[in-house]
Structure formats: structure tokens, C-alpha cells
Design a protein around this ligand. Sequence first.
Ligand SMILES: NC(=O)c1ccc[n+]([C@@H]2O[C@H](COP(=O)([O-])OP(=O)(O)OC[C@H]3O[C@@H](n4cnc5c(N)ncnc54)[C@H](O)[C@@H]3O)[C@@H](O)[C@H]2O)c1
Length: 309
Amino acid sequence: MGVKSKYICNPTILVVPVKCTLTEEVLIVGLGEVGGALFELFKEHQDFSVYGFDTDQQKMHRIVGQAEVPNKVDVLHICYPCVEQEKFVQTTLEYMKKFKPGLTIVESTVPPGTTGQVYELSKSSVVHSPVRGMHKSQETMKKDIQFWCKYVGGTPKEAADAAREHFEKLGLKVKVLRGPVETELAKLFETTYRAWMIACFQEMHRISRRFKADFNETVDMIEDVHRVRFNKPIHYPDVIGGHCLIPNTELLLESYDSEFLRLILESNEKRKVEIMDGDIRMEAEKVKARVRVLESDLALKGKAGLTSS
Ligand SMILES: NC(=O)c1ccc[n+]([C@@H]2O[C@H](COP(=O)([O-])OP(=O)(O)OC[C@H]3O[C@@H](n4cnc5c(N)ncnc54)[C@H](O)[C@@H]3O)[C@@H](O)[C@H]2O)c1
């Protein structure tokens, strides 16, 4: 990785050693919402030669064309979902064996201990570096990856330093945590925490309805405090959708048995049925409108704070 020396042979005079920067050979495996965006980011950067691989051949050829993946790469980015930990570890080990990377970066959201297992079984440099972003389009995902600080946890420690250098070269901000178990939990907590809060609003909505209270009015006091103390965000009590919050809660629950986590899933299943009632939907929509106003007010306040400091 990084700067390597290359020798240019001039047959008439002598062999001239020339130091130049060779491109890093990067392979992205799993070219979905995350991998596809990462592939584009690396492609736009002259310091990298990027290759892509996906089990979906059609998708792969649409994104990467007919380019052959070399037998050995500098950095391997793992971007396919982890549905089952053992299978994910085995699949990742197979890709590492096949492409012999100097560094493997697990971008996927994985249960705690997954990256550590990959290291124990491969004894090869591996880091976990979770992705934050929302895939409204590939462009928004690329922007999110560039906006958020890229957390890294590595085994051994030197692997984290190499990953930092790699991401910084791509122009990303990087923060290194103690190890991969910290980044694995950080990602799961970041999403599960939001799911927890939404489930809490689902339950408060149920309680309000039981007493025939106007839920939109009952949350006004929480909002009033949040506008001053920033410690009680409001969420609207709709079904938790998307493909992060609930799957990540399930991933965490598989590795840590928790009544708390189960409650999120149960509440959300209940809400799927409840929301079919027109009144419940309308009440949730009212709070949704309130949340929009609150978030935009706070964003404006934040901007004003930044410009006045
Ligand atoms: N999409 C998001 O908004 C988002 C945000 C943050 C984190 N994540 C995490 O990033 C990871 C990837 O998510 P995604 O949304 O890009 O998934 P995705 O479903 O959009 O894409 C996954 C891709 O991987 C391919 N794939 C599956 N198994 C493979 C294998 N064994 N070998 C090669 N390719 C394989 C699939 O064909 C697919 O193209 C997940 O762990 C997810 O939780 C996603």
C-alpha cells in the first residue's frame, strides 16, 4: 500500500530508479447500496484502482463492466449483509483466501465479536468500519459516507492505522476506537437506540388512547423541554420500517438475549396492525408534522449558533 518504488529501464543508458505513487488495488465485494456507493467513491479517486465483485452477475457487470479482478488486492472491502454470523465469517474467510488482501475492511453491520473471529481464523489484518448513511439514492449514500466520520476498530492495532491511512487518502474523516467489538456495538447501538425511542412513542401513544387523550398535545411538554435541554427528542409513533433499525435490533438480540430488545420487536409488530386504523394513522401523522417543525427549528438554531460563535 502507499508509496512503492518502480524501476524504469532506459536501455541506452542505465536502469533509473524512479519513485512514484502506485495506485492501491481495492476490491469491493457486495455491490449493493453500500458497496455500490463505495465503488463509485473509489473510482472517482486517482490513487485507487477499484474492482468489484457480487454474486449477482448482472448487477456486477452493470456496475463494473467486464473488468477481471486480480488474484491479489491491497484492500478488500466486505459489503454484503450479515444474516447469520457463522456463515458471514466463513464467506469472508473464503474471499480473503481468494484475493489475499493486505487489509480486509468489514463495512457490514455485524454482531459483536464477528471481526475478532475473522482475525482469529485468518491471522490476517482485519478491521471493522461500519457505514452510516441513508440510501435515498446512490448520490445521497456517497454524500453520507463522505459526511460522517468513519469509525475504525482493528485487529491487530496496526490494521486500524492502515485503515485510517486508506480512508484518509479517500478524503474521509476517521476515528479509531480501541478495537472492532467497540465499532460493532457502536453501529448496533446507534440504530437500536433510535428503534427504542420510536417504540417508546408507540407505547405512549397506546397509553394516551386508552385515556382518550390527544397524543399530539401530550408530547408538547416533552418537546418544550427538548427545545431547551436537547435531551428528550420526539419521535412519531409510526411503524419502524426501512432495512436497518429492525434487522439490527434482531442481530443484537441474537447475540445478547434481552427483554428490552424483544419489546421493540413486539411493539413494532403490534403497531403494524394498529396503524391500519385511520384514527391511529392520523394521530401519528400529526406528531410526524410536529417532529418536522421541531427538527427544522433546531437545525436553524444550530446554524445560527455556528455562525455567531
Ligand atoms: N443500505 C443502507 O442504507 C445501509 C446503511 C448502513 C449500513 N448498511 C449495512 O451495510 C451492509 C450492506 O448493506 P446494503 O444495503 O448495501 O445491502 P444490499 O442488499 O443493498 O446489497 C448487498 C449486495 O451484496 C451481494 N451479496 C450478498 N451476498 C454476497 C456474497 N456472499 N458475495 C458477494 N456478494 C454478495 C448482493 O447480491 C447485493 O448486491 C449491511 O450489513 C447493512 O446492514 C446498510
